[in-house]
Write a protein that binds this ligand. Structure first.
Ligand SMILES: [Zn+2]
Length: 120
């Protein structure tokens, strides 16, 4: 399940271990729909998905995220770049100044449809 939450700006997302949840920082979605932003979202979700598969070591998950992006999109792709840099390079000082007081979690409906046939 995917949830949106008001996380500190330096946290893209997190996966609570032992759950099937990924909490994505809502602030990264605000009015950002270009290829760079979508690439960052893909890399973040892939990273947290790898955590959900049981990979706990942060450095290992970062390497795996980059490897998956590299193998599937190529070294020159925006996704491979995003896997290395993260979304923080594009944030302004104002972005870092806006801290939300609470998580305000919101479930993203139909993120994973029950009739999807990819799990066998
Ligand atoms: Zn991580």
């Amino acid at each position: 399940m995917l949830l949106l939450g008001n996380l500190p700006v330096n946290v893209g997302a997190f996966h609570p271990m032992g759950t099937n949840e990924i909490v994505l920082n809502r602030r990264l979605l605000r009015s950002k729909t270009g290829m760079t932003e979508r690439s960052h979202l893909f890399a973040i979700l892939l990273h947290e998905y790898l955590h959900s598969l049981g990979f706990e070591d942060e450095a290992h998950v970062r390497r795996l995220t980059y490897r998956v992006c590299l193998d599937n999109f190529g070294k020159a792709s925006a996704v491979a770049e995003a896997a290395i840099t993260g979304p923080w390079a594009d944030l302004t000082e104002e972005d870092f100044g806006e801290l939300e007081p609470d998580l305000n979690l919101e479930l993203v409906r139909n993120f994973e449809r029950p009739d999807s046939g990819y799990i066998i």
